[in-house]
Design a protein around this ligand. Structure first.
Ligand SMILES: Cc1ncc(C[n+]2csc(CCOP(=O)(O)OP(=O)(O)O)c2C)c(N)n1
Ligand SMILES: [Mg+2]
Length: 663
């Protein structure tokens, strides 16, 4: 292991003003810490800069503490759910009640991992054909798979794991679902009730741990409460602003007996999501829109989760208003259309960010003004009146004050709004936008080397948007968002709020379990892929026809980009090695291909899309030091936007953009 802290470090720079990063490192040095096991990210990048040792990478025996250096189909036929199997009124164990409740809820797929305290449930599942249980290789994989399944199908994702480490392994997926408003119901096993609080074997206070990252959570103490708690869990997860709900199941509750009664309806005193928008507010919004000269729709993931794409499309088309989406809104409006501006925000298109700056009425629908979208909040859409429609009252005016707030289900509100608004004369406005599109298209350098943007651009072109694409986190995620031609809702799946590396492989797997009508493509960086690599075995065991694309740039590319731009190119712990991905695939009995030249991109993508005998992995070995453009640095404004430094004529501008530019 490498000594990352020099003993002398603490003696330097006495009585000087130093940064928090330096204080952190000095404190560790003072404590005699010599080794840190870690992984960099945007919030710790300054610490990594201090740890940077340019000579270290050249030493052969270097072992970085991030553990990265070693020198280098299916079509599962689901048995139709028998919703009411006439088990009501029967005496059964808690484990049987649990499974019956899932059947009543119409659950057809369950992602999980067994263990001591849930063994009774697994025993009941053994004979059950109503529910397909997918045994993942890690509980994090199970939660991300449930997220992917839910995003692709619109149904809640269901997870079952054991107590202690099983439960804590599920935490990242739960937090991810919370940040991205994905309805999950996560069941965790718990030690017997009389041992709770005793530090029993595999005991952990998962209800305490997950309180801030669940919409709600329960510890069931009495088997007689089990069915109604499960009913409430599904109700809370799927209504209002969706989110994860956790139900903790002690072993003795699962073993105890009760008479099974599944409630038909439920009402919870303190939980009543507002779905109808206030009609006066809707009228006010319509009046504001009808006066607009430069309207802009800003659409987020709420539109997808409330299945409101049809209404939102109708609104944009009726108004002839341009429309930009967040990362999670991609697919809400077809990017093939002239009115589409693609994604906005830090790595959004140049022209969508400019349109935000110049619009006079901003209509935010199912979006939350997140900091990756707004940059400096005070300057965001500073010339515009803002209408904000969202089901979650706490999301409204949280970051940016709304002039007309409307709380309600966006599908219903937009339907009402549609009847009150008139077509607008937006010719001049669209002409200005077309000019920006022509001057600042999304583009990438064409110099004979292989680039990720080219791969994704081609994938979009070949599939014509008819695919479910699940991306990981980092540069590959942003290029996927930018260059794929999004067409349908529920085809873009990614970890937006939490930004969880390792999300894509299990989430794509979950999506493929839920949908077989479209090809499912996983696009991952070389770093993120190695974070949940174990799910290759689940994919292989189920022979899922997944297309796994690895964008291998030999770097934790997004952090490297920040180091290049803002930390003087000091690549502290961001260069990574990988296994031979093709051999790795083959070891799982998965077909593996490698592409190193742009000339082979198209044929290899076609081969992967046609391959239906099972999973296929393609490694794209791309240029190492490439950046995602445009970029508005964190917390800054449109005035600081950085666009691709490549002159237009030496680049390939994307097809979707050029269609827009030509009008
Ligand atoms: C679990 C986790 N750890 C750390 C980060 C911080 N982070 C964001 S992007 C990134 C680099 C991703 O590298 P890679 O998967 O190779 O994708 P690339 O950016 O190279 O396309 C890192 C480390 C994160 N988002 N998630
Ligand atoms: Mg990478």
């Amino acid at each position: 292991m490498r000594k990352v802290l020099r003993k002398s470090y603490n003696q330097q720079k006495h009585h000087q003003e130093i940064t928090g990063y330096e204080i952190f490192v000095r404190c560790l040095a003072a404590e005699g810490v010599e080794l840190i096991f870690g992984y960099p990210g945007a919030s710790t990048i300054g610490i990594y800069d201090i740890l940077y040792d340019p000579n270290a990478a050249k030493t052969k025996k270097l072992e970085t503490t991030d553990g990265t250096t070693s020198n280098n189909r299916r079509n599962i036929a689901m048995t139709p759910t028998k919703a009411h199997d006439n088990h009501q009124g029967k005496l059964m164990t808690g484990a049987e009640v649990f499974v019956r409740c899932l059947v009543e809820e119409g659950v057809d797929t369950l992602f999980g991992y067994p263990g001591g305290v849930v063994i009774g449930i697994y025993d009941v599942l053994h004979d059950l054909t109503h529910i397909k249980h997918i045994l993942t290789r890690h509980e994090q994989g199970a939660t991300h798979a449930a997220e992917g399944y839910s995003k692709a199908t619109g149904k809640p994702g269901v997870v079952l794991v054991t107590s202690g480490p099983g439960a804590t392994n599920a935490v990242t997926g739960i937090a991810d679902a919370y940040m991205d408003s994905i309805p999950l119901v996560v069941f965790t096993g718990q030690v017997v009730t009389k041992l709770i609080g005793n530090d029993a074997f595999q005991e952990v206070d998962i209800v305490g741990i997950t309180r801030p990252i669940t919409k709600h959570n329960y510890l069931v103490k009495d088997v007689n409460d089990l069915a109604k708690t499960i009913k409430a869990a599904f109700y809370i997860a799927t209504t209002g602003r969706p989110g994860p709900v956790l139900v903790d199941l002690p072993k003795d509750v699962l073993a105890a007996k009760t008479v099974f009664e599944y409630p038909k309806t439920i009402s919870l005193r303190s939980y009543n999501p507002i779905v109808e928008g206030n009609s006066k507010q809707i009228k006010k919004a319509a009046d504001m829109i009808n006066e607009a000269k430069r309207p802009l729709l800003y659409v987020g993931g709420g539109v997808i989760s409330s299945n409101a794409s049809t209404e939102v499309r109708a609104l944009a088309d009726k108004l002839r208003a341009p429309i930009t989406t967040t990362l999670h809104g991609l697919g809400a409006y077809p990017e093939q259309s002239k009115l589409s501006l693609g994604m906005l925000g830090m790595h959004g298109t140049w022209y969508s960010n400019m349109a935000v700056d110049q619009c006079d009425v901003l209509i935010a629908i199912g979006a939350r003004f997140d900091d990756r979208v707004t940059g400096k909040v005070e300057a965001f859409a500073k010339n515009a009146k803002k209408i904000h429609i969202d089901i979650d009252p706490t999301a409204i005016s949280k970051n940016v004050p709304a002039d007309v707030p409307i709380v309600g289900d966006v599908k219903r509100v937009v339907k009402q709004l549609l009847e009150l608004v008139m077509p607008l004369d937006t010719k001049e406005w669209l002409k200005a936008i077309d000019g920006w599109k022509a001057e600042h298209p999304l583009r990438y350098k064409q110099d004979g080397s292989l680039r990720a943007q080219h791969v994704i651009d081609k994938l979009g072109e070949i599939t014509n948007g008819e695919a479910i694409v699940v991306s990981d986190v980092g540069q590959s995620q942003m290029w996927t968002a930018q260059f794929f031609k999004w067409k349908h809702p529920r085809t873009q799946i990614t970890s937006g709020g939490l930004g969880t590396m390792g999300f894509s492989l299990p989430a794509a797997m979950g999506a493929a379990f839920g949908r077989s009508d479209l090809p499912v493509v996983c696009i991952s960086g070389d770093g993120g892929f190695q974070m949940n690599i174990q799910e290759m075995a689940t994919i292989a065991q189920n022979n899922l026809p997944l297309k796994i694309f690895i964008i291998n740039n030999g770097f934790l590319g997004m952090v490297r980009q920040w180091q290049e731009l803002f930390w003087k190119k000091r690549y502290s712990h961001t260069q990574i090695t990988s296994p031979d991905f093709v051999k790795l695939a083959e070891s799982y009995n998965i077909r593996g291909l490698r592409v190193t030249s742009p000339a082979d991109v198209e044929t290899t993508i076609k081969t992967a899309l046609k391959y239906n005998e099972g999973p296929i992995l393609v490694e794209f070995v791309v240029v190492q030091e490439e950046n995602v453009w445009p970029m508005i640095p964190a917390g800054q404004t449109i005035n600081e936007i950085m666009d691709s430094p490549e002159p237009l004529e030496q680049t390939h501008a994307t097809h979707k953009t050029m269609i827009h530019a030509k009008g």
